[in-house]
Write a protein that binds this ligand. Sequence first.
Ligand SMILES: *Cc1c(COP(=O)(O)O)cnc(C)c1O
Length: 471
Amino acid sequence: MHYVSTRGEAPAGDFAAVLLAGLADDGGLYVPSAWPHFSPADWRALRRLDYPALAARILQPFIGDAIPFASVEALSRDAYRGFRHPATVPLVQLGPHLFAAELFHGPTLAFKDFALQLLGRLFDHVLQARGEHLTLIGATSGDTGSAAIAACHDRARLKIAILHPKGRTSDIQRRQMTTTHAPNVLNLAIDGTFDDCQDLVKAMFADAPFRAAHRLSAVNSINWARIAAQIPYYVATALALGAPEREVAFAVPSGNFGNVLAAYAARRMGLPIVRLIVGSNRNDILARFLAGNDMSLRPVEPSLSPSMDIAVSSNFERLLFELLDRNAEATTAIMQEFRASGRMPVPEAAWRRARRLFFGFRLDDPGTEAEIRRLNDEAGYLADPHSAIGIAAARAHPPGPGIPVIAMATAHPAKFPDAMARATGARPPLPKPLADLYEREEEMIEVLPDLAQVETLIGAFAQRNSSEGHA
Ligand SMILES: *Cc1c(COP(=O)(O)O)cnc(C)c1O
């Protein structure tokens, strides 16, 4: 399997190369050169496997010769060992044909653990084979940073430095990042906003000598391996509800379009998915696109579902490339126009194509709170604000009689105690392994949003003897 860039100019690479590269160097995103295909018999054969074994089988065609299958299987088993539910992805029935797939039983209580727990191990494996080390850097408003640190703090060949805006993440998210006490983790609390953090990370990458001297790589949501690692839970839940003999639909609360893009990939691989319903909060660029081909930038506004507070859905470029029949030139022109004008000129025919599969849905904060309350009252179910938007989206666009809709529950309700308390009157307790989170000692360095100061700290951290980098 090899990978090509959506902009058509970067060299093709194998799985290991795109894993390490993240973004393609023409500014595009890597996609597989062709979609692997599973026959109905292939899908049926997966039914007898547990989640880690199933995940390895789904990932194998994407990884190709880059890593031997036995290693992929071992890494997958190790990655999902730390999940707190024997089903890994339990399904909870909420209505006659409505289900929630709980993706929040991993170490940081959000679906990003599925991809990042595996990614940390894949990085380690590839670096070991090459005899190399790497320092990952990233900016976070909460979930990505905590999931990435949880995935990397015990990896021998990785160090990780995360910039978060001081005082602007939730207490739980910050504590998950700052209480690992691993020598290969550096937390910088930037006296500024999330945008300041992101600008600093971009500036460090633009500083070519700095980047090369310290072997830096990015933690971000556009790494192809992250998308690939999210495909298996769509397969596992569809099979549990009768696929490939039965069609299914999914509803996905969406920000950067990464989670739902994995569902699209599963469909391209032959899984009978008839509809994908995309949920947004007030930051509704995707809902506006699907409703009226209006993909235009608006300022980000804070909401009850902070992990979906985005202006741009960065993974959408991968879908656009497909909607344009993989025309890299057309994709490049449209993305350049979007960058220049803040409006994405998606051709009418491509938009109509998207609408055959995708439905958009938007829910504001009062609507989200009402949905959390309704689910608690009617089904005794606690859904966090992100999951509640997914479930409401599923109810808004039912695909047809008898077709089950699976709503992706992306975060544990205990991650958003204030919103839950307002909607239901109670604060959900943290699961056992995190119960002492508020007693743990925190470690972070406060710093101004100043590139020279941040580079000094990260440079010294990256240079530290790598043997100190072992957990
Ligand atoms: C990141 C996140 C999302 C959005 O996922 P995308 O892949 O960015 O669309 C939704 N819910 C939660 C809880 C998240 O952490």
